[in-house]
Design a protein around this ligand. Sequence first.
Ligand code: ADP
Ligand code: MG
Length: 400
Amino acid sequence: MTSADPRALAAAFAEAYGRPAEGVWRAPGRINVIGEHTDYNDGFVLPFAVPQGVSVAAARRDDGVLEVRSLQAAGAGVAVPVDPRAPEARRWRETAPQRERWAAYPAGTAWVLREHVPDGRIGGASLLIDADLPQGAGLSSSAALECATALALCELYGADGLLGAAGRRELARLAQRAEHEYVGMPCGIMDQSASLLCTAGHALMLDCRSGLSTQVPLPLADAGLSLLIVDTRMRHELVDGDYGRRRAECERAAEALGVPALRDVKDLPSALDALDDPVLRRRVQHVVTENHRVEAAVGLLRAGAAAELGALLTASHISLRDQFEVSWPGADVAVEEAQRAGARGGRMVGGGFGGSAIVLTPADRVDQVSEAIRAAYRRREWEEPRFLTAVPADGARRLL
Ligand code: ADP
Ligand code: MG
């Protein structure tokens, strides 16, 4: 079964829970074209939704329990009160074994919604989750899981205020809060916004300070281009460690510079002069130039020059590698080999230290480029990378 088939998932739900699903919702993963580690610096990002995503079949229940099962998680499901203040909910948060931890994403989403939507209107539900989105590969399976859950609960319980265009912006914030408060991952707003707001054939230029976004045409196929996602098969565990450290460094730099966020740095040389710590100087150099690269990318796309994005992608990669220091060998090799084989450029994507890279290549060179990367991995005796062609797709929606 693929999770793109809502009827199969509804049938699996009926099998698992012994009653029919009321609906099936799906939220996509995303690829961020450019703008990495800019989101929590109040800057710009340019993601698009991919066709792969997380589907959730769901039905209400009247006992105030949220039960979640996932076809990608071994073992039975997890059942917790939908009221986050219930002692049982607290107890689960404090004592859940590792194998149940994934459930903090959907349960956390339900808990945040329960607190946010007036009158405790969000009640219990049974959920069955299925995904064709690799986890921890930088495609944001976590936000897809949160957003599919959020959409399902809002529709099932008539939280209509969160379902329109403005509502979805708010819903993105709530899903982000779930990840902050219940998963302990201080993520930015990009992943949830992309999953909820993207439209097919477009990227989403998102201002992470205001939350405002605009659709930017991304006609890859028409321009004779393909955007390859290279899953380097090197995994990240971002919850603890380096991601939080990078955020803290950016905050320290902003404070030292007397600006609310690094987005507000206007004069880069003076800012670099003002910082004693060479590490903070490198971080600032990346964030400030990366914001400008997003704006340049949007300009190129609006001008109909998508192929020229390649050079910006590569510049972004070098900055992430040398200034922000979050790249990893699998991504460096993929970007170098891709260019040698005729790609326009590429970069690591996601928080770093593992996950995926993207490569922009003429469509007729996809095979050469992917073979060059594969061969380079073989020479190093690394696990074979996986390739996906990224097609800008629609955001979260109800399927059934
Ligand atoms: P990313 O968002 O880049 O894929 P994260 O580490 O942020 O990586 O989120 C991955 C986590 O999300 C997984 O470890 C798991 O806990 C949860 N998750 C994602 N998809 C599923 C799924 N289909 N079933 C169960 N848990 C999932
Ligand atoms: Mg994530």
